[in-house]
Design a protein around this ligand. Structure first.
Ligand SMILES: *[C@@H]1O[C@H](CO)[C@@H](O)[C@H](O)[C@H]1NC(C)=O
Ligand SMILES: *[C@@H]1O[C@H](CO)[C@@H](O)[C@H](O)[C@H]1NC(C)=O
Ligand SMILES: *[C@@H]1O[C@H](CO)[C@@H](O)[C@H](O)[C@H]1NC(C)=O
Ligand SMILES: *[C@@H]1O[C@H](CO)[C@@H](O)[C@H](O)[C@H]1NC(C)=O
Ligand SMILES: *[C@@H]1O[C@H](CO)[C@@H](O)[C@H](O)[C@H]1NC(C)=O
Ligand SMILES: *[C@@H]1O[C@H](CO)[C@@H](O)[C@H](O)[C@H]1NC(C)=O
Length: 653
């Protein structure tokens, strides 16, 4: 009995000791952690917060000192405290803060398992759960950003008491949302269309609000109708930018049988956040297509969700491609592209402006950041050609590309004469990846279908026509050249093609061309792709490869053909004799009395140029094979001839 009491007392003592230690610990933890000292000193100076810490249950979100370095303006300590203790598993979607008016905090758990409170990420390893001296459970979560409630601007003395999104718009002039961010135009449209209830709706929603700056075009505000306003609200989801899943389309309030609009968030490499609306199904007043808007002030928490201010309204397509380039050229997503267009003399822009229907593949700002461009950028003529390669005289959206692409890679002419673009689409719907190849560069479309009144802009990740890979690299990856690559690889012919000291001009038969030889000469075709006959394949490929001190473009070859019957070009063994002519805007080469169409001229590589041709340079005698023995014999002949030549060469030395 005595013994048991003793143990009980000891346990009790131990417990008390533990809680006491813990009580000391929470305050101490904050005070002693040099990473958290800044918040602690604010906490200590705030009588309400200080007494909460000693008297009540609570959850405290503690920004690190580093977070304070990035933070401007006053800190609202009580916005970082809630009146009940929640560990990570207990955190609810919305929680009431201790600040005046009790504005809510929003919790997002994203796919990676990260937990955010508003826009701040909880650093998981640093959370602490304790019981204080008064026996109250308390939880501390360390976060990477200071929480910013909605507050009045410094000049205004108004009380801001947990406003909903509508009240926010009404009082925006007196709120701390940036001097230049006036919301009058959009707000008055919301009233005019009687859509206040959408912005007053209780719950947790995301509201996108265009600033007055976005209505500089005088007719634009009249296009903000009830459906467009719906397209600016993502119901029942709170999206803070840091916590958002990028490029994941969310259903807007404008999503019904007749009209379907999604909204997604994405980030540019320079850190700027954008939203885009995609009108998937449109109607007479709401054209299909994508509209991009930069977020000018993100993550403004309100009573019924979060507001982001954007630089122009979504869904409204009322600018031409030229205007779009100008709007986004000054300081936006296409700044570099616009700069290069202007540097090239502006004629390119005028050319775009002259087209009634136009599609532009616009390289992103980062796409210009490669050294191979530096050598070209001052060459105005070349630059103009390259820019024109990005312009298509047609309205070409992904749907239309898909139709063109039904069975094959779609080929599309550009404003740069005789240059074509090739599109490929992999995957379906939102997961579709669109690639485009032009002048040897294979670029990926990052933002597709940005819609304008007279066409589309697709933002791509590379500048077309500016090579960045060797002839080998190109062969390896281009879906049209895979047969030539395979054949060249097993005969070790391709090994040389990575040599950056050389200047190759390579006539590459496309896969379809090799397939044609299969129909014409079935057994010979088979042998070309057999390892046993590698020597033979190699000698045929060598015929296609011109090795000189410079490359020959198709234009060069056509020019040279004007004054001679046969252009003689040096190859590894001897020479290649061809003639090149232009027929109906296309190049055709004549070799051995055979006319062969040049399917893709001038695929530029860092160490040469590739011309993709419709049929290989095959001679009758290469392929007239009756038995199985002809080819090896001929190989042996060539081998012997070579040996003799080498011997002779040695002898001459
Ligand atoms: C904060 O609370 C502690 C413990 O309850 C107390 O000792 C201290 O004086 C308080 N500080 C302020 C500034 O009120
Ligand atoms: C654009 O059109 C104008 C008037 O028709 C013409 O003078 C100008 O040369 C054209 N510019 C280009 C680059 O095509
Ligand atoms: C350009 O590339 C360099 C190095 O590759 C990098 O340091 C720089 O940040 C890049 N600039 C832009 C604007 O992307
Ligand atoms: C392209 O070809 C057309 C017709 O052949 C010609 O009128 C036009 O001037 C050419 N444009 C350029 C930029 O070379
Ligand atoms: C671009 O390269 C990728 C990867 O090699 C390939 O799948 C795609 O088909 C290419 N696109 C075009 C248009 O050639
Ligand atoms: C070709 O050269 C590049 C750079 O020199 C190298 O990264 C690449 O692996 C080479 N490719 C092959 C197939 O050797």
């Amino acid at each position: 009995m005595l013994l048991r009491c003793g143990i009980g007392a000891a346990l009790l003592l131990l417990c008390c000791f533990a809680t006491n230690a813990a009580a000391a610990e929470l305050a101490d933890k904050l005070r002693d952690d040099s990473e958290l000292s800044q918040f602690y000193s604010l906490l200590e100076q705030n009588p309400v917060a200080n007494s909460t810490l000693s008297l009540r249950s609570c959850t405290i979100f503690v920004p690190t000192n580093e977070a304070f370095q990035r933070h401007k303006g006053p800190t609202h300590v009580l916005y970082h405290i809630t009146t009940a203790a929640f560990n990570k598993d207990q955190l609810q979607k919305t929680m009431t803060s201790d600040m005046d008016g009790n504005p809510p905090l929003y919790i997002t758990k994203n796919r990676n398992g990260d937990i955010y409170v508003n826009n701040a990420r909880i650093i998981p390893s640093l959370s602490v759960e304790l019981t204080n001296a008064a026996g109250r459970r308390q939880v501390m979560h360390v976060i990477d950003e200071v929480l910013e409630p909605l507050t009045a601007s410094q000049s205004a003395k108004a009380d801001v008491n947990n406003l909903d999104a509508m009240q926010f718009m009404q009082q925006a002039d007196h709120l701390n949302v940036g001097e230049n961010n006036r919301l009058r135009t959009y707000r008055s449209q919301v009233s005019l269309m009687k859509k206040e209830s959408l912005y007053q709706a209780p719950g947790t929603h995301t509201f996108l609000v265009p600033v007055d700056e976005g209505f500089k075009l005088s007719t634009r505000s009249s296009l903000v109708d009830a459906k467009v306003i719906d397209g600016h609200v993502i119901p029942n989801t709170v999206i803070f930018t840091a916590a958002s899943q990028h490029d994941e389309p969310k259903t807007s309030a404008a999503f019904e049988d007749q009209l379907k609009v999604t909204v997604s968030f994405f980030k540019q490499k320079d850190g700027k956040m954008y939203v885009k609306s995609n009108t998937i199904i449109g109607d007479a007043k709401h054209p299909t297509g994508v509209v991009l808007a930069e977020i000018v002030k993100a993550n403004i928490p309100v009573k019924n969700g979060v507001v982001h201010l954007i630089h122009r309204p979504l869904m409204i397509i009322d600018t031409t491609v030229t205007q779009f380039l100008q709007d986004n050229g000054e300081n936006g997503a296409l700044r570099k592209f616009y700069e290069v267009i202007m540097d090239a003399g502006g004629a390119v822009l005028e050319g775009i402006n002259n087209l009634s229907e136009v599609t532009i593949l616009a390289p992103s700002n980062e796409a210009w950041n490669v050294s191979s461009i530096d050598n070209i950028i001052r060459d105005r003529k070349r630059m103009t050609d390259i820019l024109n390669m990005h312009i298509i005289k047609d309205r070409l959206n992904v749907d239309k590309i898909r139709q063109k692409n039904a069975n094959m890679i779609a080929q599309v002419p550009t404003v740069n004469n005789r240059t074509f673009l090739y599109f490929n689409i992999k995957g379906e719907g939102g997961d579709a990846v669109v690639t485009v190849e032009g002048g040897g560069v294979n670029a990926t479309v990052m933002q597709a279908d940005v819609a304008q009144t007279n066409g589309y802009v697709h933002i791509i990740d590379r500048v077309l026509g500016v090579p960045h890979t060797t002839v080998l690299g190109k062969l390896e990856t281009d879906p049209m050249m895979s047969d030539t690559f395979k054949m060249g690889q097993f005969s070790h012919f391709t090994d040389q093609l990575n040599n950056t000291q050389r200047r190759y001009t390579f006539f590459v038969p496309r896969d379809k061309g090799w397939q044609k030889t299969e129909l014409d000469y079935p057994s010979a075709h088979k042998k070309l792709f057999m390892r046993d006959f590698a020597y033979h394949s190699k000698s045929i490929l060598e015929r296609h490869l011109v090795i000189a001190d410079h490359v020959y473009t198709m234009k060069d070859l056509a020019q040279m053909s004007l004054t001679t019957d046969q252009v003689v070009l040096p190859t590894f063994r001897d020479s290649l004799k061809i003639k090149v002519e232009e027929e109906a805007g296309r190049y055709v080469l004549t070799w051995n009395y055979k006319k062969i169409n040049v399917y893709r001229p001038d695929v530029e590589c860092t160490n040469g140029i590739i011309h993709v041709i419709d049929y290989p340079l095959l001679e009758e005698k290469d392929v007239v094979v009756s038995g199985g023995s002809y080819l090896p014999e001929s190989s042996i002949c060539i081998l012997l001839a070579n040996l003799i030549m080498i011997t002779v060469a040695k002898f001459l030395n």
